[in-house]
Write a protein that binds this ligand. Sequence first.
Ligand code: AMP
Ligand code: MG
Length: 341
Amino acid sequence: MRARLFPALLALLVLTGCAAAPAVPPQQQYQATFLTLFDTVTTIVGYADTEEDFQAQAQQIHDDLLEYHQLFDIYNEYGDLSNLKTVNDHAGIAPVAVDQRIIALLLDCKAYHELTGGAVNVGMGSVLSLWHTARTEGRDAPDRAKLPNDEALHTAQEHSCFDAVVIDEEKSTVFLRDPQQRLDVGAVAKGWSVERVCRAAPEGLLVSVGGNVCATGPKPTGNDWVIGIQSPDDVSSYLHTLNIKDGCVVTSGDYQRYYVVDGKPYHHIIDPQSGYPAARWRAVTVVGSDSGLADCLSTALFILPQEEGQQLLDRTGAVALWVTHDGTILYSPGFEHLIRT
Ligand code: AMP
Ligand code: MG
């Protein structure tokens, strides 16, 4: 969606080691990498009888993800496709007829908004857009990097009410009544799309889109997948590796997208209360059974105090780890049994 590949996400998150001595592998392991989706690196790992069979599966997943990418894009147009940019461009003007997948995503976003007490609010696109512009300009010209205008941020906060977004399931339309409101689904779109494609994909595949990793079932060899959690200080090293049979691992971190103003880094996860980057944690990793929910939770837990985050985990059955500014790692109950190293 955005025009930049972010170095922190370029490091391959997925290790494919074995958790136990394998039986004779029935099939060969293959891997495919795509650089064209959601402005990040997509890696697909799986087993097949022939490379051709695997490439066909990987291509299908790529093609499905590309459709989600285009539908949820707020920056680019694709011919006469009605996407979220079209919805934003029609704010205060008219409802826009959209694909059912946009309706399904936004209905889940509504549930995520309620679940997280407003911490994850895809209706705050006007606030996020000010940060996006300042970050893009600041990265392009570091000497002139500056914060968004404080008054503009506070004004944008007043046009961020998710309840004002009109989602008409029957007509399959979306309308932003407030002309100054914008949608930005960056907090959940990758994980949500990964969940959708993984549900339709064969068992025994691993799909990684940026910090969103999802296994569609155990490896055909019977071994666990081994997923690395990047260190916020050095993305080429891992805080932990995890044993995952199936399910999803999603990370939100201050090192993933940021820029520097007067020597201070400002990252991309914004606390809706303050309108400024959330300062509580360096990174949060969530492991759960639904990648869309895990993506929502990683963003929410990054913003919220640990106790409130833990309540969300208790309600959803996910587990998490938090990395503090001094490098201490905190674990929710149940996380530690996933740790391999
Ligand atoms: P993630 O990396 O999944 O935590 O998502 C970060 C992205 O979500 C940012 O790049 C923004 O586009 C968007 N975002 C940041 N803060 C919020 C928030 N509080 N609610 C909804 N979306 C957000
Ligand atoms: Mg997220």
